[in-house]
Design a protein around this ligand. Structure first.
Ligand code: BES
Ligand code: ZN
Length: 974
């Protein structure tokens, strides 16, 4: 088994990179399965997740410090209280668990006051930090002023210089400081200054939200609601203030670098070895874009001259030992700045742009105004530490955060329900940037692979939500593949419907109308509509309705009149809480090919499907030899599932001749899916043979010497991910069997095409004296060679694979090749070559955390039968830590996404049950994502696994989880 499966790593590589960030986190999850209405009766679920009177053992309540709460629980059933940040549920009778309180989109209300100006003083000491704030208020709707605050020690409140006392002027609740209406009325109405002083403990902040300490530095993460963990504030994006003076003070030897947003306007020495710096940001901004960094950092510097001739100082900071890994990030930043000027006419607006790389970070990166904070895994790159994919990903994320300066910062969100306004649009922009920097065709394939593996499952599971959600308990749970990746597809559809120029006109109008404001998705749609004189009211349904629509195509060919007609029908599935949906506005890009010659009979045409069903008569540019072959949904023109009854021959023709490179790839994916799902259905998987048409098409691709972008050949050889296949198979699904089916198809391909593959592999092998170059063509060459390596490992026995991979590993000149070989070797961990490589890889890492993460991740996703004990052993390694999100993800999240997670005896699920509360106690955001990744697909699984997962979910709902994790666990059971 180990050998048969040796390849998975590389072959599904873009899906499996052990990395962070919204999109990647979800991408790992996608390796497992996804939800689907399954035959578990609602009543059955209720009893399973329902609580009996003794559901919470005393010891549990005690451990949570809940003794008092437990005894005060009423006979009504449930008593839920907040204890610190945790929700604890105590039941006294049979009842389902109550979900954490939800906030609704329709309940939006303006703030009672605005904050127009802020002055902050931040004094960092060992173990505690003082934050003093002075805010200029402006009455809006008036009344009392409820400021947000969490884990803050309040020292003082002053209004217009006069100290307020608790109960007289303000009241203090668990997470609110409420300034009374009376006090505010009595204050100076033209100059309403409110001052507070609080103390916080960044060293104890393991949630990594607010101000926290990470290794050699203090840093902040304020999005979405971290600012309230820093000081009392109206912590909501529609309150935009000028931070006119941010004074930072710290010990100079420990924190020689002191950074915040905007420009440094003052600095100097203080007593006792301390020093200070004062920063001022001329742009009004919401609190989530505020940032502070203080530490002992090294940096590299360069500049950018904007199109209007202004010079911008660029500086990238990191821990001293990482300084030599920053240049790729710098070049990426310069490329991003140039691209946004050229493509969207958007220029940078300040004199400084700083980026800081930190090693403990929940997400990928953050767009704080002029002071981006990045996870080191998305900043540092050297050819021996980062793969080609890492290099591209870094460029894309640097672009993403830079592009937010206009789409997010200058124009921000009115409330967090509008998140896709900035994230969907900015993902679209970073995708376009990467397409222009590298290969557009390849980028489209990669983005659709991610969408299908991560977002389709989400849209079809218990967490399904529209790109603009209607409600949430913890907003952190909604940084999802739907908001991001489907959100980007929705933006792309505007471009498809309006054309490149029309889209640009809409963007220009959007900035003209809303620069400096906090707005909504409707405002964006109106700008697109008004700039183009188009009615886009139906298009709003993409923001309202969850679920992936299915478009079914049928066609008719009248040979006599030469008329080809295409009928498109759409259905939008029911999703939790949403039934009976209305038809969407769907752009379907199509072309037609001649069945004999493969020649294009009709150029690219965009059909607009706005009804449930519509028939289009298509005009052919040329006379066909017979019934044409349709090329449908070219370039993946809408985030839908397209169904058409293609024959294998049709698909093979499209794979070879379609002018649309995306659909050439897509046709191979359809053939590949069919092969794996056929294998899945046969009784004896081990003797399954795919159809000859598919095998011939694969052979043609291995031998293809015409396509010069070798990445396209590589992707054509890669079978759909297991996550995508889960979507296509009919539930109930045994994921272990699906994994075996996919491996079987891979093995047949590798065995039958071994000679061709080996020949091509050898041709692509660099000469001894060839330099390792990082550019598009070289990385495409490596991609194809590494895909072939993975196949070749499956064709013979372990010994042959070990020899081939061992050699590949030893001769690798850069991380891409080294990791490709290492991942394969991890699937045969008992071979001598693997044992040596495991030692060597770690030794070569030389303490580099990103490389060590790769070492962990490759082993944690190995295709071996005893993966779970191996993972547990990895967690005993001195380099392992639960506290560092990257390290945690590289072992635990990676395992949870592997087929081995679904072990028939449920031991994988037990492992998740054990890990989630442990992680939750340290870092709720990371725990919530882990729970989502582990269990969201349960409804697709076979009955036995469904039962096991439901039992674990019921246990988890009694574990006193954080709001973040509780929301996921509760939605999972609904
Ligand atoms: N604004 C987000 C970062 C963020 C997300 C902060 C959630 C707090 C909570 C940032 O712009 C972002 O989207 N980062 C992505 C990477 C990006 C390339 C999609 C991330 O961190 O995954
Ligand atoms: Zn973003």
């Amino acid at each position: 088994m180990a050998i048969a499966a040796c390849v998975r790593q590389i072959v599904t590589k873009p899906m499996q990179q052990g990395r962070i960030g919204v999109r990647h986190e979800v991408a790992w999850m996608a390796q497992t399965l996804r939800g689907y209405s399954a035959p578990v009766a609602a009543a059955e679920r209720l009893t399973r997740s329902g609580l009996k009177s003794d559901a919470i053992p005393a010891s549990n309540a005690e451990r949570m410090g809940l003794a008092a709460l437990a005894t005060s629980a009423t006979s009504a059933g449930i008593c839920r209280r907040r204890v610190g940040r945790r929700y604890n549920t105590v039941a006294t009778a049979t009842a389902t668990l109550e979900a954490p309180t939800e906030i609704l989109r329709k309940d939006y209300q303006q703030p009672s006051f605005f904050i127009r100006e802020v002055t902050l003083t931040v004094r960092i000491f060992d173990g505690r930090t003082e934050v003093a704030s002075r805010m200029l208020l402006e009455k809006n709707t008036g009344g009392s002023l409820p400021l947000d605050g969490e884990d803050l020690k309040l020292k003082k409140v002053l209004l217009c210089g006069k100290e307020l006392k608790e109960g007289e002027g303000y009241t203090l609740e668990k997470e609110k400081l409420i300034i009374s209406a009376d006090a505010l009325e009595a204050g100076d109405s033209t100059d309403l200054w409110l001052e507070t002083e609080v103390e916080i403990e960044p060293e104890k902040n393991t949630q990594l939200s607010g101000l926290y300490f990470s290794g050699s530095m203090y840093c902040t993460q304020m999005e979405a609601e971290g600012f309230r963990r820093f000081t009392y504030y109206l912590d909501r994006p529609d309150v935009m203030a000028k931070f006119t003076s941010v004074r930072l003070e710290a010990d100079e030897s420990k924190c020689p670098i002191l950074l915040s947003n905007g420009n440094r306007i003052d600095s100097g020495k203080l007593e006792e070895g301390r020093h200070f710096a004062v920063w001022s940001d001329p742009f009004a901004k919401p609190s989530y874009l505020f940032a502070v960094v203080a530490g002992d950092l090294a940096s590299i510097q360069d500049k950018f001259i904007t199109k209007s001739g202004r010079e911008v100082h660029l500086e990238i900071f990191a821990a001293k030992e990482d300084k030599d890994q920053l240049w790729h990030a710098m070049r990426s930043l310069q490329n991003s700045m140039k691209w946004d000027e050229e493509r969207f006419g958007l220029e940078y607006d300040l004199d400084i742009y700083n980026i800081v790389a930190v090693k403990d970070f929940n997400m990928g990166a953050m767009e704080n105004k002029s002071l981006n904070v990045f996870n080191t895994s998305l900043t540092l790159a050297r050819e021996d530490t980062a793969t080609d994919d890492d290099y591209e990903r870094i460029e894309g994320v640097i672009g993403h955060e830079y592009f937010h300066n206009w789409t997010g910062n200058r124009v921000t969100c009115r409330d967090w329900f509008q998140l896709t306004l900035k994230e969907g649009l900015t993902v679209y922009r970073d995708q376009e940037f990467s397409a222009d920097m590298g290969s557009r065709a390849r980028k489209r394939i990669e983005d659709v692979r991610i969408l299908r593996a991560a977002q389709f499952p989400e849209d079809n599971g218990p967490m399904s939500h529209p790109i603009r959600p209607e409600k949430y308990a913890a907003i952190d749970n909604f940084y999802t593949a739907t908001v991001y990746n489907k959100g980007a597809e929705v933006i792309r559809m505007y471009e498809t419907l309006l054309g490149r120029d029309g889209f640009r006109k809409g963007m220009d109008l959007y900035f003209e109308r809303h620069d400096g404001n906090a707005v909504t998705c409707d405002d964006f749609r109106s700008a697109m509509q008004d700039a183009n004189g188009r009615d886009l009211s139906q298009f709003e349904r993409w923001y309202l309705q969850a679920g992936t629509p299915t478009v079914t195509a049928t066609d008719a060919w009248d040979a006599e009149t030469g008329t080809y007609s295409l009928t498109l029908k759409q259905t939008v599935p029911d999703t939790p809480g949403q039934m009976d949906k209305l038809p969407m506005q769907i752009p379907v890009r199509v072309g037609l090919l001649d069945r004999e010659s493969g020649k294009e009979l009709m150029r690219d045409t965009v059909l607009e499907l706005c009804e449930e069903s519509k028939t289009f008569e298509l005009k052919l540019d040329e006379t066909p030899s017979g019934r044409p072959v349709p090329s449908l949904l070219r370039g993946f023109s809408a985030p839908v599932k397209l169904e058409y009854d293609y024959s294998d021959e049709d698909l093979s023709l499209l794979a070879g001749f379609d002018t649309d490179s995306f659909n050439r790839w897509e046709s191979m994916q359809r053939l590949g899916s069919k092969a794996v799902l056929d294998a899945f259905k046969t009784e004896d998987i081990d003797s399954f043979q795919p159809d000859a048409t598919f095998m011939d098409a694969m052979k043609r691709i291995v031998q293809d010497k015409v396509t010069d972008d070798l990445s396209l050949i590589a992707y054509a050889l890669i079978l759909p991910t297991e996550s995508t296949l889960m979507q296509q198979a009919k539930p109930p699904i045994d994921p272990t069997r699906l994994h075996e089916a996919r491996n079987r198809v891979r093995k047949v391909i590798a065995t039958e095409l071994e000679d061709d593959m080996r020949k091509r592999y050898d041709e692509l092998t660099p000469k001894d004296d060839e330099k390792y170059v990082i550019d598009g063509p070289s990385s495409s060459q490596r991609r194809l060679r590494n895909v072939l390596l993975a196949y070749l490992c499956t064709s013979g026995g372990d010994a042959k694979a070990a020899e081939l991979c061992g050699k590949h590993f030893k001769t690798a000149k850069g991380m891409t090749d080294k990791l490709a070989a290492f991942s394969c070797l991890c699937n045969i961990p008992d071979s001598q070559e693997a044992k040596e490589a495991i030692e060597q890889f770690l030794a070569d890492a030389n303490g580099d955390a990103n490389v060590i993460d790769k070492w962990f991740a490759s082993q944690a996703r190995a295709d071996v039968d005893d993966l779970l004990p191996r993972v547990k052993k990895l967690m005993e390694h001195p380099e392992f830590s639960l506290k560092n999100p990257n390290r945690l993800r590289s072992v635990v999240s990676v395992f949870i996404s592997s087929p081995q997670f679904h072990l028939p005896d449920g031991s994988g699920y037990d492992f998740a049950l054990e890990m989630i509360p442990k992680v939750d106690a340290l870092n709720p955001q990371v725990a919530a994502r882990m729970a989502n990744g582990a269990f969201r697909t349960w409804r697709l699984l076979d009955e036995k696994r469904q039962k096991m997962i439901l039992d674990r979910l019921a246990d988890l709902s009694k574990a006193g989880l954080s709001k973040d994790a509780a929301e996921i666990v509760s939605k999972m059971q609904a």
